[in-house]
Design a binder for this molecule. Structure first.
Ligand code: ATP
Ligand code: MG
Length: 601
């Protein structure tokens, strides 16, 4: 089975169970300051899991592009990728555990023909906060899973959320494929990470709501959220021992084989663990970097936020390329293959192809110069000669003065048998946090598929962002496209495409337009319509590509006074009265993209 067959089978199956297929959202979340990337299918659906009505109904299914920087340290193993695709189905206060587990079981055993004997599952064992999830246990048992294949685990393994201090949360039930790999010992079980058991699917039951006092109360609305890894499932269905042999990854590996003159299959059966993981890291990191750069809201490699992650991924891949003695520029060649294998399903890659290849080349040339510089080389050589232990402080200096990311320094330390201090990652993050005004690198690790802030102030900022977006287009021109938006309850930040610096006159005009609309206390209304209708009505914003897909369109103002019409998930204020005046605080820019920070006062 190919990944494409799996995607189709999954969506068709859930469509037959009355789910509506929705588009994959951008890898870069809109209006969510808590995270850098979309880490799970549920992430773009957060407002709906909190109770907002979804225009497509209460049974949804999709394939979602995901990036998990928290998994970067695991990359090199068989099953963890930085970028992967997640299939998911959701019940928004509709069906519950029985249907959810039965759907999962039917899909795995009937549609994918996986024998029951190859499956193991886990359920929540219960503790002081919430009881044993007997309901799920019994559903699995009734479906024919033998009891020794139903594992009971604690909160650490089998509980989701809440994302912050309070909010929806609940037990989950994970589904594992039992591979033919030999067990690592008598105690080997699904919670073990040796690779014998691969987690392929997770059904999360948002059954509770944790309040300020730390109590777990039964939630008023009950949602089901599930996630299944496309690469992992395709791999196990084909009896592959890892993700890298599936059709979306294999051509990348083949290209690396060509460049390194090594055979992946020989590395798997051989004992050069360093080369094996090196090859996997190159494949994974350049795939992830390509997907992020080629996203609807794609970014270039730089030193902040998502751009910093892209830079880290590319630079680490380049360094591994050097270990393999690849001499020519190679990142763009691999990016080209990633684009070829993914563009049918993700057409945004086609549109961004030249941009990706050019930026890859630039970044590799830049990094090669650093690597060949005597400043960097001599400094590192001295460390090796003195057998120094590598601290986060040392790595941070390399990052700041030479632009070499910590992952590469760690890799080089290992190759040169240098020690790495305990808590290296935490210490490095601390230093970064001090360095960046608002460091969110690594912040998505805290997210774990969490809930964005939908408080009163951030809702106001959300609406103000729509006003700013349309004012910029009116003043500067229609070429202005949103490139990113980041909202907290204290400020908004908006990135958009525009070639030159804004003049003082233009700034004044934009601010005036926004504040005029606010002074008129214009109303905000929402309508649901198809993407086609939204386009016809002149709505801006990101369009999904599913024909006929229903979206929400928020309009500010009425009749001749309409100042903004934008596709958006919400939430927004009902009228502009009392949102305060918008005051621009700061402007900066990078490569054709300008950034505005503003506050409401
Ligand atoms: P693991 O424990 O293996 O890291 P997880 O508990 O983090 O998995 P979930 O957050 O439940 O996984 O994600 C749902 C599904 O997405 C998983 O069952 C798996 O199939 C897939 N998945 C999760 N992380 C990755 C990854 N880094 N690479 C590939 N697939 C993944
Ligand atoms: Mg994980």
């Amino acid at each position: 089975m190919t990944t494409n067959e799996l995607r189709k089978k999954y969506l068709d199956f859930f469509e037959s169970k009355k789910h509506v297929v929705i588009s994959s959202a951008s890898l870069i979340p809109e209006n969510d300051p808590t995270v850098l990337f979309t880490t799970a299918g549920m992430h773009p659906l957060v407002p709906y899991l909190l109770g907002e009505k979804h225009p497509a109904g209460n049974r949804l299914t999709d394939v979602q592009k995901c990036v998990r920087t928290g998994d970067i340290d695991d990359v090199g193993d068989q099953w963890h990728l930085t970028f992967f695709e997640m299939l998911g189905n959701w019940s928004l206060n509709d069906y519950w555990k029985k249907e959810s587990i039965e759907f999962s079981f039917e899909f795995l055993t009937k549609e994918l023909n996986i024998p029951v004997e190859k499956l193991a599952v886990s359920v929540f064992e219960g503790d002081d906060d919430a009881p044993f999830d007997e309901e799920s246990y019994n559903i699995w048992k009734d479906l024919g899973l033998s009891e020794e294949r139903i594992y009971k685990y604690n909160k650490k393994e089998n509980w989701w959320g809440p994302a912050g201090q309070t909010g929806p949360c609940g037990p989950d039930s994970e589904i594992f494929f039992i591979t033919d790999k030999e067990a690592c010992g008598d105690n080997c079980q699904p919670s073990c990470s040796c690779g014998k058991y691969v987690e392929i699917w997770n059904d999360v039951f948002m059954e509770y709501f944790k309040d300020e006092n730390g109590n777990y109360n039964k939630a008023k609305i009950r949602n089901v959220d599930t996630g299944m890894g496309v690469e992992r499932v395709t791999a196990v269905l084909n009896n592959f021992s890892d993700n890298y042999q599936v059709d979306t990854m294999k051509p990348i590996v083949e290209k690396i084989e060509e460049l390194t003159l090594l055979k992946y299959s020989e590395l798997i059966s051989g004992d050069n663990q360093e080369f094996l993981s090196g090859m996997r890291i190159i494949a994974d990191h350049l795939r992830a970097a390509t997907m992020i750069m080629g996203d609807e809201r794609g970014v270039v490699p730089n030193n902040v936020d998502q751009g910093y992650v892209v830079r880290k991924l590319i630079r680490r891949a380049i360094r591994h390329g050097r270990v393999f003695q690849i001499n020519d520029l190679f990142c763009f060649k691999i990016a080209d293959i990633v684009i070829n294998t993914m563009q049918d399903f993700y057409p945004e890659l086609k549109r961004n192809k030249n941009f990706i290849l050019e930026e890859m080349k630039k970044e590799e040339e830049k990094y090669n110069r650093i690597f060949d510089s005597s400043s960097f080389n001599n400094k590192f050589k001295r460390l090796v000669e003195n057998k120094e232990s590598i601290t986060a402080n040392i790595a941070f200096d390399f990052f700041q003065t030479n632009g070499v990311p910590p992952e590469s320094i760690k890799d080089m330390a290992k190759e040169n048998h240098l020690e790495i201090e305990d808590n290296f990652n935490e210490n490095f993050d601390e230093l970064m946090k001090k360095h960046q005004e608002l460091s969110r690198a690594g912040a998505e690790e805290k997210f774990k598929g969490g809930l964005a802030d939908t408080g009163e102030m951030s809702t106001k900022y959300h609406t103000a962002t729509h006003l700013l977006h349309s004012a910029l287009r009116q003043v500067l021109g229609e070429h202005v496209q949103q490139k990113g938006s980041n909202i907290t309850d204290k400020r908004l930040r908006f990135d958009f495409t525009h070639g030159e610096k804004m003049t003082d006159e233009e700034k004044k005009q934009v601010e005036n337009r926004v504040n005029d609309a606010i002074d008129k206390k214009l109303s905000v209304s929402m309508e649901e319509m198809s993407v086609e209708d939204a386009k016809t009505k002149g709505a801006i914003g990101l369009f999904g590509d599913k024909y006929g897909e229903k979206v929400k369109v928020y309009t500010i103002g009425l009749g001749d006074d309409v100042v903004s019409k934008e596709i958006c998930g919400g939430p927004h204020v009902e009228d502009l009265g009392g949102i305060g005046h918008l005051i621009k605080k700061e402007e900066s820019s990078s490569a054709g993209v300008r950034r505005i920070k503003a506050i409401l006062e």
